[in-house]
Design a protein around this ligand. Structure first.
Ligand code: SAM
Length: 262
């Protein structure tokens, strides 16, 4: 089989049928080596795509439209884990933006999953722009935003398409916040060290970035032994670190560009 045929076969599976082409290709390229048979390439690519995209989402989410917010937030691992902490987390995150009530504030939520459904917990008026690779989740959020007249939209885009992401941010005028909740690990899985390039390019375009990591495994309740030092050192070296806190097994790091705020 040639590359195109293999990629077509990979995306025959429903879970992967609506992902950005770019991500499928990056995943496939990792295993497009002479040491693997075609069937192995297909299996390994699907395994990594599952870890990056679909593992967090309950199958139930992919077919529903009319359910209440909490039901939906409970069907994605990341929002489920955060659900009871949202008021506290958002209170801390948005503390610097509360006095800006009259200004337009845009929240760019990259690798959003279904985090747009947490809009009822926002302590300030926000314009929400979620960017997510899984089309089914994008459609679900847009359906909700339209039905409830909420000032938000979700866009399907790969987080590896930096130019498109920049356009999405630059198009809007106002104060800007970028969320990267539990998403940098997924980027690193597909392309090592990409997070650094990503943060260097996007941080200067916004007023504040918030990244987060899980600190405990939900199933084993054990603290992860993953070493986050590289990313923390990188942030301290390159940006202005604003706050670093942990709430409910998730660590949040707030930072901004050094130059924009001198
Ligand atoms: C662990 S989930 C976190 C979801 C959300 N940020 C939250 O914390 O509630 C990671 C999300 O990022 C999305 N994602 C991962 N890699 C991506 C990529 N390259 N482009 C677009 N979305 C991506 C996945 O589909 C998934 O929904």
């Amino acid at each position: 089989m040639n590359k195109k045929e293999i990629i077509e076969k990979i995306t025959l599976k429903k879970d992967f049928s609506q992902l950005p082409e770019k991500d499928v290709e990056i995943a496939f390229n990792k295993f497009d080596k002479p040491c693997y048979l075609d069937e192995e390439k297909i299996k390994l690519t699907r395994d990594i795509l599952r870890k990056v995209f679909s593992v967090f989402t309950s199958k139930k989410l992919l077919n529903i439209k009319e359910k209440d917010l909490e039901w939906i937030l409970n069907k994605h691992i990341s929002t489920k884990e955060r659900l009871k902490y949202y008021p506290e987390v958002y209170e801390k995150i948005f503390s610097d933006f509360k006095s800006l009530d009259k200004k337009k504030v845009f929240l760019f939520d990259f690798g959003a999953g279904i985090n747009g459904f947490s809009c009822k917990y926002f302590p300030i008026k926000l314009n929400y722009v979620g960017v997510e690779g899984m089309k089914q989740l994008v459609d679900l959020m847009n359906h909700y935003f339209n039905k409830n007249n909420f000032n938000g939209k979700a866009i399907q885009e790969s987080l590896f398409n930096l130019n498109e992401l920049k356009e999405i941010i630059l198009k809007e005028k106002g104060k800007k916040i970028l969320f990267l909740f539990k998403v940098l690990d997924s980027l690193e899985m597909l392309q090592e060290n990409y997070s650094k390039e990503f943060l260097k390019e996007l941080t200067p375009l916004v007023d504040m970035v918030v990244i987060s990591f899980a600190t405990r495994s939900l199933i084993k309740k054990q603290r992860f032994k993953v070493n986050r030092k590289w990313i923390l050192d990188f942030i301290e070296e390159n940006f202005d670190l604003m706050e670093d806190f942990e709430i409910g097994n998730e660590r949040y790091i707030k930072f901004r560009s050094k130059f924009k705020f001198k």
